[in-house]
Design a protein around this ligand. Sequence first.
Ligand code: ZN
Length: 412
Amino acid sequence: MPKIYFIDVTNRDGVQTAKLGLSKLEKTLINIYLNEMGVFQSEFGFPTTRHESLYLQANLELAGMGVLQPIRLEGWIRAIARDVETAFKLVPNIRHLNLSISTSEQMISGKFRGNKTEDDIINDMVEAVDAAQAISAETIGVNAEDASRTDPNFLIKFGLAAKEHGADRLRYCDTLGYDNPFTIYETVRGLAENVGMPIELHCHGDLGMAVANSIAGAKGAIDGGQDAYINTTINGIGERAGNADLVAVILAATKSKGFAKKYHLGGAIKLTKAAKIAEFASYAFGIPIPINQPGVGANAFAHESGIHADGVLKDPENYELYNFKELGRGKPKFVETGREIIAGEYSGISGFSHIMGKMDVLFANEKEAREVLELVRYANVESQRPLVEDELLFIAKYPKIAKKLLTLAPLE
Ligand SMILES: [Zn+2]
C-alpha cells in the first residue's frame, strides 16, 4: 500500500511570503527541528539565489556530518536548464531538486504572453530534468504550477514526459487554493492512475481548505496506487492566505474519522515536537500563533463554559480529540521576571559568558569564547531579535558552520 510523506516548504514558500522572512540561522534551526520531528524532506531554499549559497552549502555540510540526517534537503528552482546549471554552480553538493513551471492556460497566456505553447512548457521541463540528471541530481520533483486550473489531459501529458525523462515525483500545485476536497481527489487520483508516479500535494488556503485538500489529494494519490507527498509549512505561513499547516495536516492524517485506518504515514512523526517547532517559527517570523490554531494555539486545550469544563474534568475525551501531551505541551514555561542579561550585536564578553554559563557551556579559553561571541553578535545583526537558547548552543557547537551561515558577500 502506498504511503504518505511530508515535505515541508517553510524555508521556500514561507520565506518568499510578502512581509515575512527568516535569517539563515533561523532557517537552519527549522531544518534541524523538522529533522527531529521526522519530516521526510525540507525544501530548504533557492539554489539560484546568491545570498542563499553559503546557507545551502552549510546545511548540506550539516547533513554530511550527520546533524541533518535522515531528512532530505531539496532546493526549488525554475524548470529551465539554465537555472539547473546555475544551481549546481552555486551549490555543487545539492542532490535533490524540485523544478517548477506553470502549466495552466491562464498562466501560459497570462505570464508568457503568447511566447510559449504547451509543447514549449514540456520541452523546457524535460530539458531541465535532463540537465539535472546529467549533472548529479539524485531525485527530481517536477512542479506543475497552477495545476488545479490546468487541463487534466495536459497535466497527464506533462507528468508522463517528466516520468519518461527520469523525474521521481510530480507536484500538483493548487497554487491559488482553487480546489476543494472533491475536485482535488478526482484530479489527483486520475493523475496517479494515468501517470504512474508519486504525487506531491501543494495546497494553499485562499478558500480555507488547504489542510482538507491536502488530505483529500493524498487519498486520491494512494487510491490511484501512488505514494503521496504532502507539502506543508509551519503554522501554515506561506503566500497570501498561506499553505497547509504542518501540525494540522499531521493531526488530520492521524486523528480524523477513520482516515488512518487505511492511509498510513511513510515514517514515524514525533508529534511531541509540534509545540516547539510552532513556537520557534512564530518567534522567528515575528507572527503570533493564532489562539485557535489546531493543536498548538493557546485555546486548543482551554475550557471555560460550565458544561465543557465539567465534561472535560470527568473525562478529557468528552471535549478533546487528542491529548495536549501528544503535542509536547504541558511543561511550565520559564519566563524571567527579574534581571535579564541578553546576548546581542553589542554584547561584551562578561555578559556573554554569564549567559552561556547558565546553559552549562564552558569554553576552552577566552579566545574561543570571544570568537563565539563575535558570531553571536553577527547572528543578532541578521535576526534583530534576541537569539533563543538553541541558536546560541548551535553557534557554540558548530562555530565554523555558523560563520558560513552568517557570511553574506554581495556583488562578489
Ligand atoms: Zn505555494
